[in-house]
Design a protein around this ligand. Structure first.
Ligand code: 13P
Ligand code: SF4
Length: 332
């Protein structure tokens, strides 16, 4: 690797080359896609200009299904590191690029694999289900991976008396327990974006917009979910706003999803749920590290690339494949 790039990647996590200002970045990205037989997979939390150049926009489950079946040579992952890792695990022969290697995840960080391994030792007769928002090392310690789209179905697919450890998200874990009636041992992790919503400010907003529906992602805390008219993954929330008849929605998740909601239902109003501080944005600082410029540079230079040890891929792949099999059975 070019020494300048190596330093850039170590320090910044992305290629910091100045782009010719006369270049139409969007058109160049489209050209590079064809030239390199690349596919751009983007999560709903990405900037709107990135969503606009993507070949597929989706939630964590949809993105992993796409990564498993694409025939492209290069997967450009516009999302965070654990998502790009999942794509690499499912398509190890492909080059997987991530515009900024520092696009991590607070939820994933809340569960260091070496500590989880010790936690797991305390419950030798338990099955381990992990939310996809975790490192490849944590997936390798798991029996089944899940996303917020399929978590309830996966837990319900297991025998009634099956003992379960669930991690890393305690909020999603509590939601699953409520939905399935099954007790689970929970790891104490959470997402910084979904834990900032203010119950008081949401209540006030609902008084201001009495016809609005309040919809929330299951990574939110229980006292927020208790107020919700609908709870679902990003794709579930989007689908609900398309099919439901209300004209206003207060949305408790990362604000990037509002772009597709507004596009799909231009006559409806979408209000980001207010956080418990003076800031009115619910942006994920990791998701928003990716920019169109970094995406362009990463496609142009084929860097930064996500690479994983072969044995780790082999171990982490099994629980992800189990998730995909169970999801397919439920038509998800
Ligand atoms: P989903 O898109 O699967 O609902 O996940 C949300 C999320 O927090 C991704 O980091
Ligand atoms: Fe992680 Fe939360 Fe950002 Fe999703 S929104 S990537 S869970 S920090």
């Amino acid at each position: 690797m070019n020494a300048v790039f190596e330093k850039d990647l170590q320090v910044k996590g992305y290629i910091d080359q100045v782009i010719d200002p006369t270049v139409d970045i969007t058109e160049e990205i489209k050209r590079l896609k064809k030239e390199k037989n690349a596919v751009i997979l983007a999560h709903y939390y990405q900037e709107s200009n990135i969503q606009d150049v993507a070949d597929y926009i989706g939630d964590s489950l949809g993105l992993s299904q796409q990564a498993a079946k694409t025939d492209a040579d290069v997967i450009v992952f516009a999302g965070v590191h654990f998502m790009a890792e999942t794509a690499k695990i499912l398509s190890p022969e492909k080059k997987v690029l991530l515009p900024d290697l520092k696009a991590g995840c607070s939820l994933s960080d809340s569960c260091p694999p070496h500590l989880f391994a010790k936690f797991k030792e305390k419950y030798p007769d338990h099955l381990v289900i992990t939310y996809v928002n975790c490192t490849a090392e944590l997936k390798a310690l798991s029996d089944i991976v899940c996303t917020s789209t399929n978590a309830v179905q996966i837990v319900n697919s297991l025998p009634k008396d099956q003992k379960i450890i669930f991690g890393p998200d305690k909020n999603l874990g509590k939601y699953i327990i409520k939905q399935t009636g099954k007790d689970m041992v929970l790891w104490n992790g959470a997402c910084m974006v979904h834990e900032i919503f203010s119950r008081e400010r949401i209540t006030k907003l609902r008084e201001e917009y009495p016809n609005a529906k309040f919809i929330a992602h299951p990574e939110c805390e229980e006292h927020i979910l208790n107020q919700a008219d609908y709870i679902g993954s990003t794709s579930g929330l989007l689908k609900y706003t398309i099919e439901d008849e209300a004209d206003t929605y207060i949305v408790a998740t990362e604000s990037g999803i509002l772009y597709q909601m507004e596009k799909a239902s231009p006559s409806k109003r979408f209000i980001p749920a207010p956080p418990d501080n003076a800031c009115s944005c619910n942006d994920c600082p990791y998701m928003k590290l990716n920019t169109l410029e970094k995406l362009y540079n990463c496609m142009y230079y084929d860097l930064p690339e996500v690479s994983l040890d072969e044995e780790l891929i082999r171990q982490a792949r099994k629980p992800i494949e189990r998730m995909l099999e169970i999801s397919a059975k439920y038509g998800l």
